[in-house]
Every structure is written in C-alpha cells, then in structure tokens.
Design a protein. Structure first.
Length: 245
C-alpha cells in the first residue's frame, strides 16, 4: 500500500478514524472525508502528517448531495495524483418505529447509507480501474438479520450489501468490491441502548464481548492489501453474533 491513495468517508471519528489510522500505517496516503466534524478531521490529519509528512488531507462534503461526489474524487486526485481505494464508511443510524416513518427519515437513512456510496463509487470508478484498485463498503450484520425498531436503517444497509455484490460484477475485472459488516463494535453516542440492552446483545455474541474499531479497520486492510482474489464478498466482524442469532 506504500504511497497509494485511499479515500475514507466519515473518517474523522469513531470507526472511520480507526480505518484511516490503520491504512495510513501501511504506507498509504489518506484523504479524510468529513461532513460536520471539522475539528476532529483536522486533528486526525495533523496526527497522520506528523507521522509521515504530506501523507494526509481532509475535505468536507455532504455526500447526500450527489453533485459533491465528483468534486470529492477530483480533489483527491488533485491532492495526491491518484486514487487506489475507496472506503464507504459514512453512515446515519437512528430508530424508525414502524407506523411513524416519514419521508425525512427515509431520505436521511437511504441517502447516507445507500445513495452516497453508489454515486461516490461511480465517480471514483475510472480512477480505481486505472490503478486496479478496490472498494470496501461498511455495511452491518443487520443488513441480513434486521434489528427491531430500525427497519429503514436495516433496509438501507441491505441495499448497500446488494450494491456491493452488484458493483463487484459491474467493475470486474479491474476493481474489486467487498464489504465489512460490523457487529457490536461501538455503542451509539446517544442513549439508544441502555445497559440492559447492551448486556443482552453481548450475551448473544459468541465471544461475549464487544469488539473495537481496530477490528473493523484490520478487516478493511485485509480486503485492500491482502485479498487480491476476493471480490463480491462480505466479512462479518461480529464476535460470532450472526452465528448465534
């Protein structure tokens, strides 16, 4: 991965920042995309550039607005001269109880989790083909095993999982497209899951514990760096939860 360029969306915080750090440690240049977390993005870029000068930059974009996708790709090329991989990590997550779902919730969850990865990948595809690059989408184990109370989020992630396999066909043989599906890694920063709910989730996870963002990041690194004969696949990084559901 030395001196290759990787665009990571939603990379300023949480799992996205772990992905950026792990990929940067392989020798790659990192374009940190953010939407609102400007301070966190700037701090991460400063940290990466301190480790290796001129190896990271950040750009702001609201990926729900599809016209920003070509601009983000073009800015990445302008900054680093190439694009070798795309990690579609940016996501929205909140409950949508059936019976009270509205169009605003539909637009937010489908746009961030499905529409944005599609149009960004489409914009990046010619550059990825030129470099024989790869795409990794961050889906969710609930794409295949829905979580009660979250029908729109689950449907959006299911769409992203299907899109992963479809794009693996569309972009073959020059570009590989895979997905990583997290299980219980980081709890939401809201009070959506209280201590009892968290304990119940972990009780149905074979390893009996939550994972960490680095678990997701290392799976992404594998798919980008070591999985030259893998495409159209999803890796569940979930402590065995899906084997037990």
């Amino acid at each position: 991965m030395n001196r290759k360029t990787i665009l990571v969306t939603g990379a300023a915080r949480r799992v996205g920042s772990a992905i950026a750090r792990v990929l940067h440690a392989t020798g790659a240049n990192i374009l940190v995309h953010y939407h609102l977390a400007s301070e966190a993005a700037a701090a991460l870029v400063a940290e990466l550039n301190l480790a290796r000068p001129s190896s990271a930059a950040c750009l702001q974009a609201d990926l729900r607005q599809v016209e920003t996708s070509p601009q983000l790709v073009a800015s990445t090329i302008d900054r680093f001269g190439r694009l070798d991989a795309l990690v579609n990590n940016a996501s929205s997550f909140f409950p949508t109880p059936f019976g009270s779902i509205d169009v605003a919730a539909w637009n937010e969850l489908l746009d961030s989790n499905l529409k944005a990865p599609l149009f960004l990948t489409q914009a990046a595809a010619p550059h990825l083909a030129a470099s024989h690059g790869a795409v990794v989408n961050i889906t969710d184990i609930h794409a295949e095993r829905p979580l009660a109370g979250y029908p729109l989020y689950c449907a959006a992630k299911a769409g992203l999982l299907g899109l992963t396999r479809a794009l693996a066909i569309e972009l073959a043989p020059l570009v590989r497209v895979n997905a990583v599906a997290p299980g219980p890694i980081l709890w939401p920063e809201s009070d959506l899951f209280d201590s009892a709910a968290r304990a119940e989730i972990l009780a149905h996870t074979l390893l009996q514990r939550a994972g960490c963002p680095q678990d997701i990041a290392h799976a992404v690194r594998y798919l980008l760096e070591d999985a030259a004969y893998v495409t159209g696949q999803v890796i569940n990084v979930d402590g065995g939860r899906t084997a037990h559901l």
